[in-house]
Design a protein around this ligand. Structure first.
Ligand SMILES: Nc1ncnc2c1ncn2[C@@H]1O[C@H](COP(=O)(O)OP(=O)(O)OP(=O)(O)O)[C@@H](O)[C@H]1O
Length: 312
């Protein structure tokens, strides 16, 4: 199968998905689509069922109920020629050299030996592992092994890339490098489904997102739509003095002299600023920003803490 959807058809279509393990219902009712060419963030707190959903989509788990389609049908491994899947649990042949492992997987994915070798060398150069091409995989650090695993995942230029926490455990420099590589895949037309807990990655890369909570979609849409839904615009103010009680905004205090003002009923920037100045507040800076995905994540998943009882 070439994984390619007709323009109007989503590439990935999940409808009324339910997944029970024994008496526990991990996914209760989940529906979403991923369009061809988009980068889609699949988000949610630990243990909420993201990996489970990907496994059901790829036929590793049998869903309890619902439809999970790639390119209009249930996925079968033999259809996966242009699928790249980076699973949460990584697995490479540890006793072989980095280059041998990469070439081996390249051959499995249909590349010629020469092409696989040339591609792997160029990739290792890019991820700063050129000097380790002949090193045994088990002598690499876990981050280095992950770089190799990502290389193996993308080396046949997949049209659908499913990445389960691709940057888990990376330092900020390497995380940025990996993001650049994923962004290149996106630019070259790949559809990317990405599980991540890094909200700055979401803001940088994702066209649309879904936030999974209690077995269903808590939010679903473009990043801007989700930001609008869970807070929209905020005003960040640095000041001296005391902020007046106001009907125009709700204040959250970040640190001494810094607050975030969430406008009520769309109160305009100028009205809020005027109120502060009229109350004698010395405003050092006043900026308009969208609620960050980090704040939205905490807002949605922090709610759980309020519902948990019994730990008194
Ligand atoms: N094969 C299985 N049998 C029983 N329970 C399972 C199985 N696979 C997953 N689960 C349970 O389903 C729940 C969701 O797990 P899953 O790995 O999908 O979460 P996740 O959202 O990917 O979490 P994380 O962000 O921590 O990786 C967990 O409670 C897990 O224990």
């Amino acid at each position: 199968m070439t994984i390619r959807a007709a323009a109007a058809e989503p590439l990935v279509h999940i409808q009324d998905f339910r997944m029970d393990f024994g008496d526990t219902s991990v996914i209760k009712d989940l529906s979403f689509d991923v369009a061809a060419g988009e980068t889609f963030g699949f988000l949610g707190s630990n243990g909420c069922g993201k990996t489970t959903t990907l496994r059901a989509l790829l036929g590793i788990y049998q869903p309890t109920a619902g439809t999970l389609h790639i390119d209009g049908k249930v996925f079968e491994p033999r259809d996966g020629a242009r699928l790249g899947y980076l699973p949460e649990e990584r697995g490479l042949y540890k006793k072989e050299s980095v280059l041998d492992v990469m070439v081996y997987f390249g051959r499995l994915k249909g590349l010629t030996r020469n092409r696989a070798r040339a591609w792997s060398r160029a990739y290792l150069e890019r991820v700063d592992l050129a000097g380790k091409a002949t090193t045994r995989v088990d002598k690499l650090s876990s981050g280095e092994q992950q770089k190799v695993q990502l290389g193996v995942t993308i080396m046949n230029e997949p049209t659908l890339l499913i990445l389960d926490e691709p940057t888990k455990g990376f330092d900020p420099v390497n995380r940025r490098l990996l993001m650049d590589i994923i962004e290149d895949q996106k630019r070259s037309g790949a559809t990317v489904i990405m599980v991540t807990h890094q909200m700055e990655e979401v803001e940088r890369l994702c066209d649309r997102v879904i936030l999974l909570k209690d077995g269903t979609a808590r939010a679903y849409g473009t990043v801007a739509e989700v930001q609008e839904m869970f807070g929209g615009t905020v005003y960040r103010v640095a000041y001296s003095g005391t902020l007046p009680a106001s009907s125009l905004y709700e204040a959250t205090f970040n640190s001494e002299g810094h607050a975030e003002l969430t406008p009520r009923a769309g109160a305009a920037e100028t009205a809020v600023l005027r109120e502060l100045l009229d109350a004698g507040v010395a405003v050092r800076s006043f900026t308009t920003a969208r609620t960050s995905m980090d704040e939205i994540f905490i807002k949605i998943y922090g709610e759980q803490d309020n519902h948990v009882g019994g730990l008194r």
